[in-house]
Design a protein around this ligand. Structure first.
Ligand code: F0G
Length: 391
């Protein structure tokens, strides 16, 4: 075992004891302790990136340790797309989606402003995140959602955190219009959708983490696009990183919508958007203009992928990389596979953002798979079943 560089005397004694096969705890009658230290803990994005964010008084900070999510290399998918692919797994945030980064900023500022409640429209993840951060902040929370269109895990999160659910007989776009008006007219109620600039400010921190983890900016960033807040945030983050002098270039922004909900590709709103990727089932993206600007300014593009391509990418990530994301989150990888198959894929180092955890939407998996019939609890029956499906 190599000695740690610049290790203290105590650490050296512990390391030497380990090399000699002795238990360091019992050396010198237990006088030496194991060299376990807490060098790092999740302090949340506001404290980590304070100088990049709007001012928030310390006492108002509502954090559950969001951010600091892993950047995971994906060797098998890399081979297929002909570039070195990393996955920014945002499913590892406290409520299992990227929304937490913006929610901590929006909710903390709502507390600082003395809001009595917050409201949001949502396809599920914003609602789950707002519910958790409102609980943390001690602020009331109303979520307005399209009836029957929220993935099971997300609905369960809202219920668990005790937010008030308003189910409407309409889609996300109608829910957002209503939520905006409610925030304007009720007074002292903060809208925490990504049209709130504090959300964008918080979400841009993911771009900083990508830069820090790689040591440089990637050549391209691929991600799903729904209401278009996240692509706006990443582009803002990369642009600020470049303006601060940390990089000369910026990645191409490659945004992907689901074909049945692809207003930015078609050039017009969709009245009745439809896709298996319920998180991005949006027909009139609020930040559509800035998403198109991000694609244009970065030399990127906004394109669409089919539901089949999305589900195939979700399965590929789960089965070949061991990373389980929800369907919408796989749209970026689906897009990269599509571009590569047409000889238009980006080269170099590419990051795809996996925006939410696969556990959020169990029905998509259960709807396509069947559990095997039970067998008797005997060695023969269990071994027999295993032998029949041994690789
Ligand atoms: N991926 C997931 C898992 C999402 O939940 C969303 C948006 C997106 C991608 C798209 O991000 O809207 O910033 O372009 N979900 C919102 C919600 C709309 O209500 O949870 P976007």
């Amino acid at each position: 075992m190599p000695l740690p560089r610049e290790s203290s005397g105590r650490e050296k004694r512990v390391a030497l004891a380990r090399i000699r096969g002795k238990n360091p705890l019992t050396q010198k009658g237990g006088a030496i302790r194991l060299g376990v230290r807490t060098s790092h803990f999740r302090q949340g994005v506001i404290r980590k990136y304070r100088e990049w964010l709007p001012e928030i008084p310390e006492a108002a900070i509502a954090t559950i340790g969001e951010g600091d999510t892993p950047l995971i290399e994906a060797p098998r998918v890399s081979e297929r797309i002909g570039a070195r692919l990393f996955l920014k797994f945002e499913g590892m945030n406290p409520t299992a989606s990227f929304k937490d980064r913006g929610m901590t900023v929006a909710m903390s500022r709502a507390v600082a402003d003395g809001s009595r409640a917050c409201v949001c429209a949502s396809t599920g993840n914003t609602a789950a995140s707002a519910s958790a951060y409102a609980a943390r902040a001690g602020v009331g929370c109303f979520v307005v959602v399209p009836v029957g269109k929220i993935a099971l895990g997300k609905a369960v999160q809202v219920l668990a955190h005790g937010a008030k659910i308003v189910q409407i007989e309409g889609n996300f776009d109608a829910a957002l219009k209503l939520s905006k008006r409610i925030a304007e007219e009720l007074g002292n109620v903060t809208l925490v959708n990504s049209v709130n600039p504090d959300r964008i400010q918080g979400q841009k921190t993911a771009a900083f983490e990508v830069a820090e983890a790689l040591g440089h900016l990637p050549d391209a960033l691929a991600l799903p696009v729904g209401n278009a807040g996240n692509i706006t945030s990443y582009w803002k983050g990369f642009s600020e990183w470049r303006e601060a002098g940390y990089s000369d270039s910026a990645p191409r922004m490659l945004g992907f919508q689901a074909e049945g909900a692809s207003p930015l590709v078609a050039g017009h709103d969709f009245e009745s958007p439809e896709t298996v990727a319920s998180a991005i089932r949006i027909g009139s993206p609020a930040s559509g203009e800035s998403a198109l600007a991000a694609a244009r300014e970065s030399g990127g593009a906004i394109e669409s992928v089919t539901d089949e391509e999305i589900l195939a990418a979700q399965e590929l990530l789960a089965r070949e990389e061991g990373v389980f994301c929800e369907p919408a989150s796989a749209a970026g990888v689906a897009g990269l596979l599509k571009l590569a198959s047409e000889g238009r894929g980006p080269e170099g180092v590419v990051v795809s953002v996996l925006t939410g955890h696969g556990l959020k939407d169990p029905d998509v998996i259960l709807g396509r798979a069947r559990l095997p019939k039970p067998v008797p609890a005997t060695f023969e029956a269990v071994a027999g079943q295993m032998e029949r499906s041994m690789p």
